[in-house]
Design a protein. Structure first.
Length: 252
């Protein structure tokens, strides 16, 4: 059974490569993707720098030869992605965007179609084991040796593709905790004790916005000064000044 239809060109390229390698023809895939003929599919692949190899019934990167000894073809973009993950503090989302994908899930589909799987042991993609290896079937009663190659039991191979996403969550856990566990109860206006001397600050704003400010101040029994201070602090904390604001408020 085929997976759901891809939403954009990068996903289409990965989709086409994956199912060509599983034995589908260009004619079949062209029809599935809604093209009038396989030639439209071919135009798409060539636009992404791919060449057709009739012997292998697949596409490979223009500028790199097809290597029959590897599962799939070692695409230049795949090489770039692997190199990027070798860098210190590599961010899967940043790598996906730089490679032309909308998110890490598209990158994962792309690498899967080219014969690569995520290895949690090295935090990078590696070539999939050959089908000729004939591994012994795994049963739940058997124990899984801890060889450091993966953080997941082998009975859950589908979870491997989500590991980059989990890494992002772990890297930004402090921000997540701020979102999930706010300092004040939902619907409660936060009040901050801001150090320093009170100074007059004059600025212009829309009369409509000024009216809302006054109305909110009266309805919530909070001064306009407190509203402005809370708004500025929340703005700074959200847009790259969180460390400076926490230091100001004595939350180092």
């Amino acid at each position: 059974m085929l997976e759901k239809s891809p939403a954009n060109e990068n996903e289409k390229v990965a989709f086409i490569q994956k199912y060509l390698q599983s034995g589908r023809t260009r004619e079949e895939l062209g029809a599935i993707l809604g093209y009038k003929s396989w030639r439209s599919l071919d135009i798409l692949m060539r636009r992404h720098g791919m060449k057709w190899d009739s012997k292998k019934n697949s596409y490979y990167s223009e500028g790199e030869s097809a290597d029959g000894n590897t599962p799939g073809y070692y695409h230049s973009k795949a090489s770039m992605i692997i190199s990027s993950f070798k860098e210190k503090d590599a961010d899967p989302m940043d790598i996906a965007l730089k490679a032309g994908f909308e998110n890490h899930r598209q990158l994962s589909s792309y690498m899967d179609a080219r014969g690569y799987v995520w290895s949690a042991g090295i935090d990078n993609y590696i070539q999939k084991p050959s089908k000729d290896d004939n591994p012994e079937p795994f049963t739940q009663k058997e124990s899984v040796p801890d060889n450091g190659d993966s953080r997941l039991p082998v009975q859950y191979p589908d979870l491997e593709k989500y590991i980059p996403f989990f890494d992002i969550l772990a890297k930004h856990k402090e921000r997540l905790l701020d979102l999930l566990l706010p300092e004040s109860a939902p619907g409660t206006v936060p009040r901050y004790t801001v150090p320093g001397i009170t100074r007059t600050k004059s600025f212009y704003m829309s009369d409509m916005l000024s009216r809302l400010l006054l109305e909110f101040s009266q309805s919530k029994n909070i001064s306009q000064k407190e509203i402005i201070e809370a708004a500025v602090i929340e703005f700074f904390r959200k847009y790259s000044f969180k460390k400076q604001v926490d230091e100001l408020l004595g939350r180092q």
